[in-house]
Design a protein. Structure first.
Length: 178
């Protein structure tokens, strides 16, 4: 009888390994930075939502935030950002990524991202993010080296001088698995 239980338990291990693992985004801070010779602008959103599913050793994640949830500290600047990024027509910025489930146990996660923003999709390869795991929580931090031209956004001008093309996005998100 004990041998039968041991054989059953050993046969069940591959089935457990193939089961789906779900992830939920607990908290997020996404911040962008744009620069002009006269001033610097930082916008931040804490309103991203996210979901992840791991199956057969692969994980797919989706993170999304409304463009209007980003706050640059000035209502006129926020409105202009919505106009420049076509926020009314394309109200959501979304990030999709796929990575091996084994990567979720590493302190550094290297992945490819597809970001949809302003009606365009940009692909970023081999981005490294830092991960700190505490119990069931995974905190991921890093920077996406995006540019305005990645999304075909014409840099707005201030005193006839356009913003610089660079628009890095800092990511600080915390996930937990179900």
């Amino acid at each position: 009888m004990k041998k039968l239980l041991i054989i059953f338990a050993l046969c069940a291990i591959p089935c457990l390994a193939q089961s789906d693992r779900q992830w939920v985004l607990d908290s997020s801070t996404l911040s962008y930075h744009v620069s002009h010779p006269v001033h610097e602008v930082d916008g931040v959103s804490h309103a991203a939502l996210g979901k992840g599913v791991c199956h057969a050793g692969q994980c797919d994640f989706l993170i999304a935030a409304q463009v209007k949830s980003f706050d640059a500290g000035d209502s006129n600047r926020n409105l202009h950002m919505l106009q420049v990024t076509k926020g009314a027509q394309f109200p959501v910025v979304s990030v999709r990524l796929r990575l091996p489930e084994a990567a979720l146990s590493s302190p550094t996660i290297v992945c490819d991202l597809d970001i949809q923003f302003a009606g365009q999709t940009a692909h970023y390869q081999n981005l490294a993010f830092q991960q700190v795991v505490q119990g069931n929580e995974h905190r991921i931090t890093g920077t996406i080296p995006s540019t305005l031209s990645d999304f075909k956004i014409t840099p707005p001008s201030f005193f006839t001088v356009p913003l610089r093309n660079e628009m890095p996005v800092k990511v600080d998100i915390t996930w937990h698995s179900l």
